[in-house]
Design a protein around this ligand. Structure first.
Ligand code: MF3
Ligand code: CO
Ligand code: CO
Length: 338
């Protein structure tokens, strides 16, 4: 390589997440010291990326008025007060409860699938909320997030750097965005909870890989579900897969036991935590919902009480299923039978 190229060539790729120190060998394979090779280019590259991320960050939009739920729809305990009652929340379901749980979970799957099919540039997240709200009611259900601890809308919509709990508003989706739709329905006295991240129009390769690998992380977590094994197996499988790509795993939000109560006290971390030593039992129902980040999993909280975003403003994706521990392994309840 001649000197001119060495000076003028832009970094061919984004610098790795973990940068070498000045005297260490460069990440590019040149064999040179980092400070004599890519350090300056990387610093420049990262400064430009930061400016770009700041300029294009997701901003808070305007909320539409609260959508009403007809009086004939059965509601969860918190619908009026906003305060859920977790007392006596069990994690193992009776066969009769499972019949109702399956119906709620399949309804959630249907709503999520149809909402996802609407995603395209120009659509506002509020329009997605309107669809999910109406469809949930049409199926005879209550949209579980509505007034759950005061949440104002009928699903969560989390765009780009938003990790979770984004509030649907008047922001129109842009070509190149990624958006997570998190749908929960309360039907036949049970909650079914599922989410997926969708591509809006034409999306860059890094984001597409993030979305694909996040789905793989969820599936690896689900494959780790086996009666008699500790809950910690799930997070171990997820974290191992994310680590292979250098991705961050969100630690503050976990999967959860679910049934007649939206969130029971059972927590499912998406990273390895030896303290999660509760054994999985046939009949248990819980969610697995890893949030995976292109960069650091450090979070910031918007001043709207809900929205959680990455501190570095890099993108993050999530997938969620509600699952049942069976005698031999696992059944995904929020998935159509093959
Ligand atoms: N559906 C989310 C979950 O997976 C919970 C949303 S609660 C809300 O657990 F209040 F933010 F809507
Ligand atoms: Co959940
Ligand atoms: Co959810």
């Amino acid at each position: 390589m001649n000197d001119l190229n060495a000076v003028d060539a832009p970094a061919a790729r984004r610098p790795p997440n973990k940068l070498p120190r000045g005297n260490d060998v460069c990440w590019c394979g040149s064999g040179k010291k980092y400070k004599k090779c890519h350090e300056e280019l990387d610093t420049d590259w990262l400064r430009h990326e930061k400016q770009h991320l700041e300029a294009s960050r997701v901003r808070k939009g305007k909320l539409s008025p609260t959508r009403p739920v007809p009086a004939y729809i059965p509601r969860p305990d918190y619908a009026l007060t906003g305060v859920p009652n977790r007392e006596n929340a069990r994690n193992v379901r009776t066969p009769e409860e499972l019949v109702r749980m399956r119906k709620a979970c399949l309804a959630a799957e249907e709503i999520l699938r149809e909402a996802g099919a609407l995603v395209k540039p120009g659509l506002t997240t509020d329009a997605i909320d309107a669809f999910v709200h109406e469809k949930t009611i049409a199926l005879g259900g209550y949209p579980s997030t509505l007034n759950y601890r005061g949440f104002p809308k009928s699903l969560c919509t989390s765009v780009n750097e938003v990790i979770c709990h984004g509030i649907p508003d008047d922001r129109a989706l842009l070509d190149g965005d990624i958006v997570n739709l998190d749908v929960t329905i309360f039907l036949h006295g049970m909650h079914g909870d599922t989410n997926a991240t969708f591509l809006v129009g034409t999306v860059d390769e890094d984001s597409k890989q993030l979305v694909r690998v996040t789905h793989e992380c969820m599936m690896k977590g689900i494959e780790a579900v086996k009666p008699g094994r500790p809950i910690s197996d799930i997070g171990r499988a997820i974290e191992n897969h994310a680590n292979q790509y250098g991705y961050g795993v969100v630690r503050s939000y976990c999967g959860h036991g679910i049934g007649d109560v939206f969130h029971t006290n059972l927590q499912i971390p998406h990273y390895f935590d030896a303290r999660s030593n509760t054994k999985m039992e046939p009949g248990m129902t819980f969610t697995i919902e890893p949030m995976i980040c292109l960069g650091s999993a450090d979070e910031v909280h918007w001043n709207d009480q809900w929205t959680v975003a990455t501190k570095d403003l890099r993108r993050t994706a999530q997938f969620e299923h509600t699952v049942l521990v069976t005698d031999s392994g696992v059944e995904i309840l929020t998935q159509r039978p093959a």
